[in-house]
Design a binder for this molecule. Structure first.
Ligand SMILES: Nc1ncnc2c1ncn2[C@@H]1O[C@H](COP(=O)(O)OP(=O)(O)OP(=O)(O)O)[C@@H](O)[C@H]1O
Ligand SMILES: [Mg+2]
Length: 632
């Protein structure tokens, strides 16, 4: 007798639940998505004990016909697909027909639903996958799903759950981000008696960001507006045009996070994690932010359903693009152009080091905002599991710029900032101070230097401090890049060639980038067995620096060539040259030099950060000065 048996539905559902339902937040995600697919405009989410004891989502969507209410718990039962061709253009968030049966197999679930077309609805109760009852339901149209005792029958899964506050943070983050994706809907989230999120319908994403994060955070963000790009494709031998659109908010380069937890990507309204889009985002910040740091980003990419395959993973959190490299470059360029156009200035105080962030798949940002906003929330404020779970507001840590070289503990602890959080969720206030912009640099009046290193300048809108070394570095970096592209980097002939002895590995690197070295302004040639003679070098680099610079470039080539493009290699080389050629700190500058530096800096594409990602200019706004002197 054969050994193969077809699994019962109960077992199959539990297996599917293993993939679909990882933790309470996964249940919330599936139920929110169902409510959105049902056209709901009001979602109310109640949870208890971080979602372990109770998750309830009530919506005012289309509800289900009584016959459908039972069918919804059959495996692969869905109203969203009917044909295999539909799989190629999925417009709904759900399509697999397995979320409800999966959740019901690992919890005690009650579904109450009524379609507006019927006078009564249905109430279905299922316990660990077993149907207990199916009664009439007299309530209002819409659907309420109540999930109790998640994983009561899967002890192994239960053990993997983290503390209530961590599970709740995941849920809060998820609800917050779906609320951002749907400004026109009202979303409420309650944990026991605590209201964690309560947003009423608004017109724009901007207003919703304000409702959720407050004005101060909104000031730190750059609105991408809506950027569109068309792609011509040939479909069944016919030409067609596909439109891609990206919108949302990204942070100024000075907001630096140590992990990707503050990046939210939505593709056609679906919250996803995607390496291609993450890479596009990092590329947009290349040379604006130190490597290993990440921005805050809320990105919505919309395109034809045919352009994206969502049927990649059971939890529907990954996608595959049909024209991946087009999407990558489009998103990178759209963000980069906005960053350059916005030229955001760092206000004083500014973060000097990226801040550690909690290990959450969604937003540490949200969690922190929540903590600030709903203080005291006993559950969230309870003993954290690990030090990283401690709420820390990271958008504006108050550390004086001088302390960059001496990052003392007191500096961080002494000045914990209090973010402005709106008391109510009223309309976005108009006439608030416009975000600082670095276009003002050229109008500044230099007053002098501190420590012969930082230029102090007065402007119409406040006091500015400019780091002279990184400012000059940015000016030179962009100049070298431009000259590289045009193949005419300014070079200086050396009186005596400099001889460099290379290791075997360095000789190989040298051979592979000899042309690039030439392009970057070095005249060099092999000189005997292991030696290279450098006869000319990029202008501005002192003779004492040339040897180190060449070795640094060989090292970059070794690490960069393996994994990144020629473009990245050129940028890295330009950054090294700029760093060596730039005026140093501890150098006295006369008035004319300071003026020259500010004017040149104002004319760069990205005056906000040096090519290694450090901030260049800080502004102490007149308003902040007045506030500090208690004049307003
Ligand atoms: N809140 C709701 N309002 C109205 N109908 C719903 C609601 N939730 C579920 N349904 C109905 O139940 C069906 C099954 O839901 P389920 O989440 O299991 O599958 P799905 O959403 O179709 O696909 P997926 O498994 O990808 O989520 C849905 O297709 C939909 O018709
Ligand atoms: Mg679903």
């Amino acid at each position: 007798m054969g050994k193969i048996r077809v699994l019962s539905d109960t077992v199959a559902n539990k297996i599917a639940a293993g993939e679909v339902v990882e933790r309470p937040a996964s249940v919330v995600k599936e139920l929110i998505e169902n409510s959105l697919d049902a056209g709901a405009t009001e979602l109310r989410i109640d949870v208890e004990s971080g979602g372990r004891r109770l998750i309830r989502i009530a919506d005012n969507g289309c509800g289900m016909l009584r016959d459908d209410a039972l069918l919804a718990f059959e495996r692969h039962a869905t109203s969203k697909l009917s044909d295999v061709r539909d799989l190629l253009s999925i417009a709904t968030l759900g399509f697999r027909g397995e979320a409800l049966p999966s959740i019901a197999s690992v919890s005690r679930l009650v579904l109450e639903t009524r379609s507006a077309d019927e006078s009564t609805g249905a109430a279905v109760e299922i316990n660990g996958g077993k149907l207990l009852r199916c009664d009439e339901f007299p309530g209002a149209p819409g659907t309420t799903v109540t999930v109790r005792d998640l994983f009561f029958n899967v002890p192994a899964r239960k053990k993997f759950l983290r503390s209530d506050q961590t599970e709740l943070a995941h849920i809060a983050s998820l609800a917050t981000h779906y609320s951002l994706a749907h400004p026109q809907k009202s979303v409420q989230l309650r944990h026991g008696a605590n209201e964690l999120l309560d947003v009423t319908p608004v017109e724009t994403l901007r207003e919703r960001v304000y409702q959720v994060f407050g004005n101060q955070v909104l000031d730190e963000l750059i609105d991408l507006d809506m950027v569109e790009r068309e792609l011509d494709v040939v479909e069944a031998e016919e030409r067609a045009s596909r439109v891609f659109a990206v919108r949302g908010f990204v942070s100024a380069p000075q907001v630096q996070k140590l992990n990707r937890n503050s990046i939210f990507l939505f593709v056609n309204g679906r919250l996803i994690r995607d390496r291609l889009l993450l890479h596009a985002l990092s590329s947009a910040y290349h040379n604006l932010m130190p490597s290993g740091c990440y921005p805050f980003a809320l990105l919505f990419l919309d395109c034809d359903c045919e352009e994206v395959d969502v049927n990649v993973h059971p939890s529907k959190t990954e996608v595959r693009f049909r024209h991946g490299s087009f999407v990558h470059d489009f998103v990178r360029d759209a963000i980069r152009e906005k960053l350059i156009a916005a030229r955001p200035a760092s206000s004083l105080p500014v973060p000097t080091q990226p801040q550690p962030a909690a290990d959450l798949p969604f937003s540490d940002f949200t969690q922190r905002i929540e903590n600030q906003r709903f203080e005291p929330v006993p559950d969230l404020m309870a003993e954290p599991e690990r030090p990283e779970d401690l709420p820390v507001f990271t958008m504006r840590p108050s550390v004086a710029p001088e302390s960059r070289f001496d990052f003392s503990k007191e500096a961080t602890q002494a000045e914990i900032p209090v973010p402005h959080v709106p008391e109510t969720h009223g309309p976005l206030p108009s006439g608030s101070e416009p975000p600082q912009n670095l276009s003002a640099l050229s109008d500044l009046r230099p007053l002098g230097q501190i420590h012969d290193s930082f230029i102090i300048a007065a402007g119409r809108d406040g006091l500015w401090i400019i780091d002279q070394h990184v400012a000059h570095e940015r000016i030179l970096f962009e100049r070298v890049l431009r000259q590289q592209a045009e193949g005419r980097v300014e070079r200086q002939q050396l009186l005596m060639p400099i001889l460099l002895e290379l290791s075997a590995a360095q000789q190989i690197e040298y051979a592979s980038i000899a042309d690039e070295l030439d392009r970057a302004g070095f005249d060099s040639e092999p000189f005997g067995q292991r030696t290279v003679a450098v006869k000319a070098a990029p202008a501005g680099v002192g003779p004492a620096d040339i040897e180190n610079l060449v070795f640094e470039i060989l090292e970059i080539a070794e690490s960069e060539l393996r994994k990144v493009s020629l473009d990245d290699l050129r940028r890295a080389m330009a950054a090294s040259i700029a760093c060596r050629a730039a005026i140093k700190i501890n150098m006295r500058l006369d008035h004319a030099k300071m003026e020259w530096l500010l004017t040149q800096l104002a004319a760069t594409d990205c005056p906000m950060s040096c090519p290694h990602g450090r901030p260049i200019a800080l502004r102490y706004s007149t308003r902040d000065i007045l506030k500090s002197f208690h004049r307003i």
